[in-house]
Ligand binder design. Structure first.
Ligand code: SF4
Length: 421
């Protein structure tokens, strides 16, 4: 089982809060799709023949791709990797890119899951974030997607903006429930360094987000959505039964994935790799048959900490039995002992051998997981005593980012710093 992530690094305009890698000059979009197909070819062995169950187009704005370009990438991937017959193919889309024709094209390309970046159903909030769509477009895109046969549909929602009051957020949650959107990714607004929002706040143009308000929003969304039948299955993600994101769930289970395109990350169970976050340099290197990436071999401590981090973000939490089998009984006993104070405070819950966070615990997730981390290194992690092989030439010294390419995920992103398209 494995996944493939494709990063499309272009956007029509920059949202004020966004620190993802993208260019607002759309020149080179077609050339980029050819380079990504070429990268797939060069890295055809990265997943070592594992079956690909999920393919995820993120960005940036993948809904800017013409159908022919998208078909080109999907076709190339299908020809190079063993693809599951019921592969989940997700594409992130902005509402203003969608029309009936466009949606039909996406379906004919094989996209069977759409993640629409509506972010808000309130015009004032959308303007505040400099989104390229308005509220009527957001609603229309969700309705059109349903009408065009996209049952497996996700919408992103941002909360915690100073302009957003609780009644407005409640109304929006109810609107999304009434539209029967089966998956919702809800992210607290965060101020990332060097974004437009960061500058605006530094100039006192805007108030910074209030963490207390964000916490109230988080609890409100949990109440509204779980009362309507959604599972709060991961810190930032809610799904009706049967509609969890397969791609992101695999990230949280530690499944291998190949990331294609500028800034995309890859993981093969042993090492992490990150492509350069620079479109021109990426194109130049791929043109020469070189993968412009940095990589790091994960130490046992990093592995242990990451498995702890990602599992505690999920509803199922961490299986102490499995943790003990992998890291040793002493390690599992130690973890349980260190968890006692959080269990006593009701921030962690122990159910059988499963350790999970309560809703209050999720609000303090960063601090709790940091307290449970190990810091001492114990050498590289080599499962089954194997040799580590790294296929990519390294031409970039970019540092690995703590961001990830999922709906919330992004991988090991903090609760407050999730993907917000
Ligand atoms: S939030 Fe999404 S659409 Fe907005 S700039 Fe970032 S990647 Fe582009």
């Amino acid at each position: 089982m494995a996944g493939i992530y494709v990063h499309i690094p272009f956007c029509k305009q920059a949202c004020t809060y966004c620190n993802f890698h993208f260019s607002t000059s759309l020149r080179g979009l077609e050339e980029m799709t050819r380079a990504i197909a070429r990268e797939a070819e060069i890295r055809r062995d990265y997943l070592e023949g594992e079956r690909v169950d999920t393919l995820y187009f993120g960005g940036g704005t993948p809904s800017l791709l013409h159908a022919g370009w998208l078909e080109g990438i999907i076709g190339r991937i299908r020809s190079l990797f063993p693809i599951s017959p019921d592969v989940e193919i997700t594409l992130e889309a902005n509402p203003d890119d969608l029309s009936n024709t466009r949606l039909a094209e996406l379906r004919s390309c094989g996209v069977n899951r759409l993640s629409i970046g509506i972010q808000s159903l309130v015009d004032a909030d959308l303007r505040w974030m400099n989104r390229s769509h308005d509220a009527p477009e957001a609603l229309a895109s969700l309705r059109m997607a349903r009408e065009c046969g996209f049952r497996n549909l996700s919408a992103d929602l941002i909360y915690g903006m100073p302009t957003l009051d609780e009644e407005s957020l409640r109304r929006q949650a109810r609107q999304l429930v009434s539209l029967e959107i089966p998956h919702l990714s809800c992210y607290a607004l965060t101020v990332e360094p060097s974004t437009a929002l960061d500058h605006q706040i530094r100039k006192n143009d805007f108030r910074p987000p209030d963490p207390e308000q964000a916490a109230r929003h988080f609890e409100l969304l949990d109440q509204e959505l779980t009362a309507s039948g959604y599972e709060h299955y991961e810190i930032s993600n809610f799904a009706l039964p049967g509609y969890r994101s397969g791609h992101n769930s695999n990230y949280w289970k530690g499944v291998s994935y190949l990331g294609l395109g500028p800034s995309a990350h890859s993981f093969n169970g042993i090492s992490r790799q990150w492509n350069i976050s620079h479109n021109a340099r990426y194109l130049e290197a791929i043109g020469k048959g070189i993968i412009p990436a940095g990589s790091e071999l994960l130490t046992a401590t990093q592995h242990r900490n990451e498995s702890l981090l990602v599992s505690l973000r999920t509803r199922e939490g961490l299986d102490l039995k499995g943790f003990g089998e992998r890291w040793g009984k002493q390690e599992a006993d130690g973890l349980l002992e260190e968890s006692q104070r959080f269990l006593e405070e009701g921030l962690l819950i122990l159910e059988g051998s499963r350790l999970r966070m309560s809703l209050r615990g999720w609000l303090l997730a960063d601090g709790i997981t940091a307290a449970l981390f190990r810091t001492a290194e114990s050498g590289p992690f080599l499962p089954m005593g194997g040799m580590v092989t790294e296929g990519a030439d390294q031409v970039s010294q970019d540092q690995p980012s703590q961001e990830h390419q999922d709906e919330g995920t992004s991988k090991y992103r903090k609760r407050k710093g999730h993907k917000r398209r």
